[in-house]
Design a protein around this ligand. Structure first.
Ligand code: 0X9
Ligand code: ZN
Length: 430
């Protein structure tokens, strides 16, 4: 063995141990399912979800109408959670007393499945891609589709990752068409969202013959990863991270919830938190995160032409419309509802999948400073929808690789139907 190879091997071992050191293995993290029996117990749990930031009430099931909340807690928090549940007589069961093996198995599945891929080509069904890989893929598209794909850097994340925006057109040279803007991965752990954004891109570019109607009078603008730092962090360090990675005023806590950081009715009512320890921390002031600034800039840049803004999240099977910050409804609420209805109907016909749709405030919980409120309230977007994709895996955010295909193909049926409805309702003004 040459000394070069030896050094190479040593370096590899060193790199691997650095990676493993950073990796949070979730040893002895437990998952409980809580079953509130009446409205007052539900209320208590909602209060706990807010007051106990170290108990991670998963997904969108913090919502009003559903029972069976899953909570993820670290070993140090188990005792206090159980004491409180017993004290308050909240019915509960333990679903897992150690999720570390699951987290590792999923990481392994992804690594193994992706090892066949030759970047910059990707196979959406074969794995979850990192932000760097997604950027490499995006950069390859203008070469393959010089007339129809354009990639721009629209800004930079806190850790200086380039935030790229893809524009897809039919290449007819018209530059004044109305626009559909889709973003994904504002929340780092919601991994099905960037996969779905990639699938949409492939439908519009590679499967053009079937979908060219969607591009005849409209351009599509897509940002697959908004929270680039948080998303990379879920790949390298901590699988269930939600927020950004910018430090806060509190040295103990990193990260802001981007979907509470937008500057329309920011910080109003109970829809966000001023406490950096919480998962819905809104930041010190509106748009103090470079990533929400970038989405704002895209929304304002296309404002005159923007008919449909769709923000991809998981999980829960919802189409959530504005407003989040108030119980009242936006002036064109019923038009938005008809678009959501087209999506939900198409999905139920295709797969029997059930989506609920309505105002986020009523259907889920109040939010303030979320991106769809900003889109409708400031950027003048005609239809603004948050799409909560289906839950997968054990914690809802962690579908297995083998589930990607079913989820993204079903979701595309819904998005295609909503886009068609938007295009039908709001044809370009000639
Ligand atoms: O809380 C959020 O930001 C979104 N749900 S998630 O589970 N992906 O975090 C929902 C935001 C939509 N708006 C309202 N619920 N009002
Ligand atoms: Zn989300």
């Amino acid at each position: 063995m040459t000394s070069y190879t030896l050094w190479g091997l040593l370096l590899l071992v060193l790199l691997q141990s650095v990676c493993l050191l950073a990796w949070q293995n979730y040893k002895d993290y437990r998952v409980f399912e809580l079953q509130p029996r009446d409205e007052s117990e539900q209320q208590l749990l909602r209060q706990l979800a807010r007051e106990k930031p170290h108990w991670d009430f998963l997904g969108s099931r913090r919502s009003l109408n559903e029972t069976g909340l899953r909570v993820l807690v670290s070993p140090t928090q188990v005792e206090s959670l159980l004491t409180l549940l017993n004290e308050k007589h909240i019915q509960h069961q333990i679903l897992s007393d150690d999720i570390s093996e699951l987290v590792l198995a999923q990481r392994e599945e992804n690594r193994r499945s992706k090892s066949r891929i030759q970047m910059p080509m990707i196979d959406v069904f074969a794995g979850f891609y990192t932000h760097a890989e997604i950027n490499e893929y995006l950069d390859s598209l203008p070469q393959r589709y010089p007339q129809r794909a354009l990639v721009k850097i629209f800004g930079w994340s806190y850790e200086r990752r380039p935030l790229k925006l893809l524009t897809v057109s039919n290449g007819d040279g018209r530059s004044d068409k109305p626009v559909i803007f889709i973003d994904a991965t504002m929340h780092a752990r919601e991994w099905i969202a960037p996969s779905f954004a990639l699938y949409i891109i492939q439908q519009l570019l590679d499967n053009y013959e079937e979908n060219k109607q969607l591009l005849e009078n409209y351009d599509w603008v897509i940002m697959p990863v908004v929270n680039a730092d948080g998303y990379e962090y879920t790949h390298t360090d901590s699988r269930f991270w939600r927020k950004t990675r910018k430090p806060t005023k509190d040295p103990e806590n990193i990260g802001t919830d981007l979907n509470r950081n937008f500057g329309y009715k920011w910080g109003q009512n109970d829809g966000s938190s001023a406490d950096p320890a919480e998962e819905i921390y809104r930041g010190e002031y509106a748009f103090d995160q470079p990533e929400s600034q970038v989405v704002r800039d895209v929304l304002l840049h296309y404002s005159d032409r923007l008919r449909f803004y769709l923000s991809l999240h998981s999980y829960g099977n919802y189409f959530l419309l504005p407003w989040g910050h108030t119980s009242s409804l936006p002036p064109n609420y019923y038009e938005m509802m008809e678009v959501a209805d087209a999506g939900a109907m198409a999905i139920v016909h295709a797969t029997n999948g059930i989506y609920s749709y309505g105002s986020g405030y009523h259907l889920m919980y109040p939010t303030s400073g979320d991106s769809t409120d900003y889109a409708a309230g400031v950027a003048n977007v005609t239809v603004a929808i948050t799409m909560e994709l289906p839950a997968g895996g054990f914690l809802g955010f962690d579908p297995w690789v083998s589930h990607i295909e079913g989820f993204v193909t079903e979701s595309w049926v819904g998005v295609r139907a909503m886009a068609k409805e938007v295009i039908r309702r709001y044809p370009p003004q000639l």
